[in-house]
Design a protein. Structure first.
Length: 353
């Protein structure tokens, strides 16, 4: 890690009793006691000097695509809107891209594909902001962020320093990083740096559904645009658009279980799908478990499970945060009773439920 000090130059406006209905893709009604928008580092520094960045009293908000707010959020919400995409370095084969944490992630992917920079085309149409990507170590269709990650810049709310994290500092794992564990609520990510290929791209299309879709389109040697467009097609066919129906994408992580546990399940459920996670563990699609437990397409009141993908909980309109929370708990209970597997929410639960 390298550390640099910077001076505060601008103020941040803190608003009270802010409606968060438009700040979360689930579309639940919620009110934040205190809320502010951040579009530059100086505003963060100003908040720090004013003593406003006291953990755990703040929550850093990106695109609101991976959160479930309680009806009342009694924390200071920092909406990160730092923008900008630029090339900061190049070699014969690679390019370094620097993007503001407030940039829309899919916009960044599209920009890279347009410029023929390879490595993140499989991550197209993942909702949320660029700053949230390393926290979750987002991944899809055989690619995870850590594979193209170079470094990131983050403000340390404990010391007031601007810190650079290299890949090793982030401790990336499946949908996990140091920012969800040891450093949770301590750092505000301001910019992300990616190392992408300029030529001789290594295109990843071994993921089953991606390969099948490419085969159906008779694409034998796909390039970056082929992967990008096909991933978008698949995601649109499986996942609902939050502008049409409220949802937070995949609500649960795919569980990773031991080979022994998988062998036990395989004897009873011969069609159970799996992916090898490491030498001794197997990853099971959470959507398959939820569907087998009878939740796919189900609806209780204003809350339901998406008809095309059991992993997605949807707000059919007017659902309270508590309704969605209870619905998710019922899914957890069903899967636990049927398979002996405890699902873990991928969505951040903010506030008291």
């Amino acid at each position: 890690m390298t550390i640099n000090q910077a001076e505060s130059k601008e103020k941040a406006e803190i608003m009270t009793n802010v409606d968060l209905s438009e700040e979360n893709s689930l579309g639940v009604r919620s009110v934040a006691d205190r809320y502010t928008k951040i579009d530059n580092l100086s505003q963060i520094e100003w908040l720090y000097k004013k003593g406003e960045l006291r953990e755990p009293d703040i929550f850093v908000l990106g695109g609101g695509s991976n959160v479930l707010f309680a009806e009342r959020v009694k924390r200071l919400l920092l909406k990160i809107e730092i923008k900008g995409i630029e090339i900061t370095g190049e070699t014969h084969s690679h390019v370094l891209i620097r993007a503001g944490a407030g940039e829309n992630w899919h916009k960044l992917v599209s920009w890279c594909v347009k410029h023929d920079f390879g490595g993140i085309e499989n991550l197209a149409l993942i909702p949320g902001t660029t700053g949230a990507a390393p926290v979750q170590n987002i991944g899809a269709y055989g690619v995870e962020l850590e594979q193209v990650f170079h470094s990131l810049e983050a403000f340390d709310m404990k010391t007031g320093n601007l810190v650079t994290f290299e890949k090793k500092d982030c401790e990336f794992a499946y949908r996990d990083s140091v920012f969800k564990g040891r450093y949770k609520n301590r750092f505000i990510i301001t910019r992300l740096n990616l190392k992408l290929t300029k030529r001789d791209h290594s295109v990843e299309y071994s993921y089953r559904s991606l390969q099948e879709r490419l085969d159906a389109k008779k694409i034998r040697n796909p390039g970056i645009p082929d992967i990008y467009e096909t991933v978008i097609e698949i995601r649109k066919s499986k996942l609902p658009d939050p502008s049409d129906i409220g949802n937070a994408g995949s609500f649960f992580k795919n569980p990773v279980i031991s080979d022994r546990k998988f062998s036990e399940l395989k004897r009873e459920y011969q069609d159970i799908p799996s992916y090898q996670a490491d030498e001794n563990r197997v990853k099971i699609p959470a959507g398959w478990l939820i569907e087998k437990a009878g939740w796919k397409g189900r609806r209780i009141g204003n809350v339901g499970t998406y008809e095309n993908q059991a992993l997605v909980i949807v707000n059919h309109g007017g659902a309270a945060a508590s309704e969605i929370y209870e619905y998710a708990l019922n899914i957890l209970k069903s899967v636990k009773e049927l398979f002996g597997i405890e699902l873990v929410p991928e969505v951040n639960l903010i506030g008291e439920f």
